[in-house]
Design a binder for this molecule. Structure first.
Ligand code: 0X9
Ligand code: ZN
Ligand code: ZN
Length: 304
């Protein structure tokens, strides 16, 4: 049975997404972005009041299989959207003016594997040539300085960049969707854990993004909104200097593809529990993160 304050397995998340779309036909619809390596559907929710030529914000969760609080946030976000529409003027305004594309779990095969077999699995579950080692790091598999730094060309490593950019069905499906909608998608938010950071391009080099000053100011405001709720400390800045250099990430790729407001969230905590964040922290983590996401969305609504 589904709960917003528990970690839900993939079947439960898929049943939840079908249900929330069915229950909120004017606000939520579900489509299939693609299919995973092992043949599972990648479901995508579109959340917003219907309108013509709406700008959009893309939010994905569950890139890395073991980062369970990430899919929990995507579910929380959709719940808050449907419960806030017509009740909270700020969220209503956002939903009237923008569409939110929410991908609750990108790496569905890896997510299932963390539930059934190996809790700390990170990568996809695709078979690699000439080795028994499985999987590619989806966040090293995008065409942004691909495999030049902070990534491995060895299939057995956790940061394996894959045979080619977009070699994974999951990353290809995501990149194809963003390419097809790039005129409309104004922001790209990708949700990971852990380390309590809000990152923006670049991570594949130390070069400052063309929009560095604006992105830094938006990150600062978003972090300040987040911290105001429970005092959770976040750092923010370009990925390369704030966390580490690592090429092939979806954030850098989306930015270079033309999505200006591109951010990676690294949710709670800073290492006490790490990926095994207790379920008691799902609600506070999601509530504070929601404030940061709404801050960014408001900036996008007013400045794009
Ligand atoms: O290394 C990553 O992919 C992310 N950290 S995690 O611990 N969740 O694996 C950080 C991604 C930052 N952005 C890029 N490296 N492009
Ligand atoms: Zn991650
Ligand atoms: Zn709430």
């Amino acid at each position: 049975v589904h709960s917003y304050e528990k970690y839900n397995d993939l079947d439960t998340i898929n049943a939840w997404s079908a249900n929330i779309a069915a229950q909120n036909p004017g606000l939520v619809s579900r489509s299939q972005l693609g299919t995973s390596y092992e043949g599972r559907p990648l479901y995508l929710l579109k959340v917003g009041k219907s309108g013509t030529n709406k700008r959009a914000i893309f939010i994905d969760c569950g890139f890395h299989a073991r980062e369970w609080v990430s899919p929990a946030f995507c579910q929380w976000f959709v719940k808050e959207a449907v419960n806030s529409y017509g009740v909270d003027s700020q969220f209503t305004n956002l939903l009237n003016n923008l569409d939110f594309y929410v991908l609750p779990v990108l790496n569905v095969d890896g997510y299932v594997y963390t539930w059934t077999t190996s809790r700390m699995w990170r990568k996809t579950r695709s078979v690699n040539k000439n080795t028994s080692c499985i999987g590619t790091d989806p966040n090293r598999n995008f065409n942004a300085g691909w495999c030049t730094v902070g990534a491995s060309n060895r299939a057995c490593d956790d940061t394996y960049c894959g045979a080619t950019p977009e070699s994974e069905r999951e990353t290809k499906a995501l990149a194809d969707f963003i390419r097809a909608n790039v005129g409309r998608i104004k922001a790209y938010l990708t949700v990971h854990s852990y380390s309590q950071m809000l990152l923006f391009p670049y991570s594949y080099s130390y070069s400052l993004a063309r929009d560095h000053t604006e992105l830094n100011n938006v990150a600062k405001g978003a972090v300040s909104a987040l911290t105001a709720l429970y005092g959770t400390k976040y750092t923010y800045g370009p990925g390369g200097t704030t966390i580490y250099l690592a090429a092939g990430g979806s954030d850098d790729w989306a930015y270079d593809a033309g999505v200006k407001y591109s951010f990676t969230f690294e949710l709670r905590d800073t290492g006490r529990y790490g990926f095994a964040l207790p379920e008691s922290q799902i609600k506070p983590t999601c509530e504070e993160t929601l404030l940061a996401v709404k801050y960014i969305a408001n900036h996008v609504m007013n400045n794009s």
